[in-house]
Design a binder for this molecule. Structure first.
Ligand code: WTA
Length: 641
């Protein structure tokens, strides 16, 4: 801990050494954990003790655990060994026996303005019914169910119902296309797919069921497709395979027993793009994940009984899993979910929602903020948004300019911004302030209590202040992914080999720490590109391009973009005799849209005769990027002669 942070928090009135934003003494005093910095300091030397206390404070166990952390088979760590639990017990069942039963759990607004409100009891009933539906389709503990839906409450309900049965959900983001969906269904071996007829986006429908049909044609493992009717559009229907959600739920009991799970049993798989074409199924488990997400939401976003929490992510990404679907329910909070696109039909749709529902905490991504910045401050200026008290950011580094805009025009200079660094792999926040921590625009501030993070050189030495290095986690944490589904070796290889000797987790990110000990995440060091906060592997886009009959080879790099953070620039070598023209660029873009999804479409496609490669045949994307950006090309000693 640095002097400046200790000193400023003690009386809240110190002159900043650098660009620090202090929480007011009232904000600190009213925080759920006002003495957070002291708690954090203590946890630095006893992370296991910290996580033990949180598991007892925030989560109920059917059978108590006998050991907090088992590190005997590193890096396959186990948390809360021997404990029996189910996240649904903590998220729903236990609330039905208290006054929380009649509290709003979820408010949903459709793109067309329609609303639905679910109390905890309502949600509990829906989840019970859909769990019985899944049971009737023979879904059992340990089976996987793939979910491919738009942003409707039924997406959460489906996830919660799967978890209730002790089965494993694999949610595939509704923006992915047929091949991406098929790959994920096949890898998870799901016999049941839950989808929608369509989804609403900017007043138009996305044909989810058509895409699902194409995917299932490539994933014969699927036996049943449950279809939630959202748009009422015309769809193909396969008898004996396709089933309507509404017909199924009408015919089941409204109570279903919650399965008792071991703390280390799987809870869900969530695929991330990898450095090879095959996506990585990050596996999260039942015990530690709950503790990590409930703790971080309580400490960082300071959730209180009267809050209206809006995490504006998609439930199909880890942010949505952890902080839309599960953590708010564990804490008994009220959450808002909005179906549509930001800025539709008007640029101030989001700000209208904040006022209409009295949102107190808003958590979104830098790309959304930069998008709003471009539309001008007149839109948020129309809305005082006086209920807001805290803001959050996630998904990529937030540039200080966007931070200040968010602070000034959305938070009206009243609301602290929680810039949370974390990953699908980490399950929950890792580097983040809480309301008791002074902020610096663009910095995620300090590792969370019980998280031991560092920035190191290749040899493992900590870097000096302001020196770039590898962002590593030096001690296991409860929300960590336990493996890559079916690929233990790949898990070890990807995360635990760069610093194998020390036994540290390498995040794939580069970062630096400043003279106050604040962390500044710079970005990915591997072949992952963040486009509008969405995580894409270059390999996934490249294999989509190469699957086109006219393309021989492809390489993709991310280049900076003012709104999206990064966009994809693709280089393609064409097959002999093929001419690269504008028509082919369009054809290839359509092909990528069809194979992976609209988020993966390259902003530019360039036809080249060769690609720079190492002697071992690896494409040197770093070099392509440097050339594109007019930067020095650096070390090319491994370049093919
Ligand atoms: C990046 C999203 C800077 C980072 C929860 C990480 C961030 C990757 C931040 C994980 C942040 C996420 N500041 N960079 N606050 N949050 N990242 O798995 O590169 O979609 O490794 O998880 O996003 O992306 P993922």
């Amino acid at each position: 801990m640095t002097d400046v942070v200790d000193a400023t928090v003690s009386d809240g009135n110190m002159t900043p050494k650098s660009d620090l934003y202090f929480p007011s003494p009232e904000v600190v005093a009213n925080a759920n954990v006002p003495d957070y910095l002291a708690v954090r300091e203590k946890a630095l030397t006893d992370p296991v003790g910290f996580w033990d206390a949180r598991a007892k404070e925030l989560v109920d166990w059917y059978t108590p655990y006998t050991q907090v952390l088992d590190a005997s088979n590193a890096p396959f760590f186990k948390w809360y060994v021997g404990g029996k639990t189910n996240i649904i017990h903590n998220a729903l069942d236990r609330h039905i026996k208290t006054a929380t039963k009649d509290k709003l759990a979820l408010i949903w607004e459709a793109e067309d303005g329609a609303q639905r409100r679910y109390t905890y009891h309502d949600l509990w009933l829906e989840v019970n019914r859909f769990a019985n539906v899944l049971k009737s389709l023979n879904v059992k503990k340990g089976d996987t169910v793939t979910i491919y839906m738009g942003r409707v409450p039924e997406l959460s309900i489906a996830m919660l119902a799967v978890a209730k049965l002790g089965a494993i959900h694999s949610v595939v983001y509704g923006g992915f296309s047929e091949q991406a969906l098929a790959d994920r269904i096949n890898d998870a071996r799901s016999k049941v797919l839950v989808t929608c007829d369509g989804a609403w986006l900017r007043g138009k429908t996305v044909n989810l069921k058509d895409i699902a049909d194409e995917a299932v044609a490539k994933a014969p493992v699927v036996e049943k497709v449950v279809v939630y009717q959202r748009t009422n559009q015309a769809i193909q229907w396969v008898e004996n395979r396709d089933l309507w959600w509404h017909e199924l739920v009408a015919n089941v009991e409204s109570e279903c027993e919650t399965e008792q799970m071991d703390a280390e049993d799987p809870l869900f798989i969530l695929y991330t793009s990898g450095t090879t074409g095959k996506p990585k199924g990050q596996l999260h488990t039942c015990g530690g994940y709950q503790v990590h997400i409930a703790t971080t939401l309580k400490y960082v976003f300071d959730i209180k009984a009267e809050d209206v929490w809006w995490c504006a992510a998609d439930p199909g990404w880890i942010t949505g899993h952890s902080y839309i679907v599960y953590a708010p329910l564990i804490l008994g909070a009220t959450g808002l979910m909005y179906e549509g696109a930001p800025g539709y039909p008007n640029p101030d749709r989001w700000w209208e929602l904040v006022e209409k529902y009295g949102v107190t905490i808003l958590y979104t991504a830098p790309t959304a903020i930069r998008g709003f910045m471009r539309l001008g401050e007149a839109w948020p200026e129309k809305h005082p948004m006086s209920t807001l008290r805290l803001l959050g950011s996630v998904g990529e580094p937030i540039n200080p300019e966007a931070w200040r805009w968010y602070y000034k025009y959305i938070g009206k200079e009243r609301c602290q911004i929680m810039d949370t660094w974390w990953q699908t792999e980490t399950g929950g926040f890792m580097i983040t302030p809480t309301p008791a921590v002074p902020l610096k625009p663009g910095s995620g501030t300090l590792p969370f209590a019980g998280i031991i993070a560092d920035v190191v050189r290749t040899n493992g030495d900590s870097t000096d202040a302001n020196e770039d290095g590898f962002l590593v986690i030096k001690h296991p944490w409860p929300g960590m992914a336990r493996t890559i589904w079916g690929e233990n070796e790949r898990y070890v290889q990807t995360y635990w080999t760069d610093f194998a000797e020390q036994g540290w987790y390498f995040s794939g990110d580069s970062a630096r720490r400043d003279e106050d000990g604040y962390f500044w995440v710079i970005g990915r060091m591997d072949d992952v590109i963040k486009v509008s906060g969405y995580r894409l592997g270059t390999a996934e886009v490249e294999s989509a391009l190469v699957s086109h009959p006219k393309v021989a080879e492809a390489a993709c790099v991310g280049i900076p973009d003012e709104v999206k953070g990064n966009v994809i620039h693709a280089f393609c070598i064409l097959n002999a005799g093929v001419t690269g023209d504008d028509a082919l660029v369009k054809e290839l873009k359509d092909h990528v849209r069809h194979e992976v999804g609209p988020i993966a479409i390259p902003a530019a496609i360039e036809f080249v005769p060769t690609l720079p490669k190492t002697r071992s045949g690896k494409i040197m994307r770093r070099l392509l990027k440097a050339q594109l950006m007019g930067q020095p090309i650096g070390d090319t000693s491994t370049l093919e002669g």
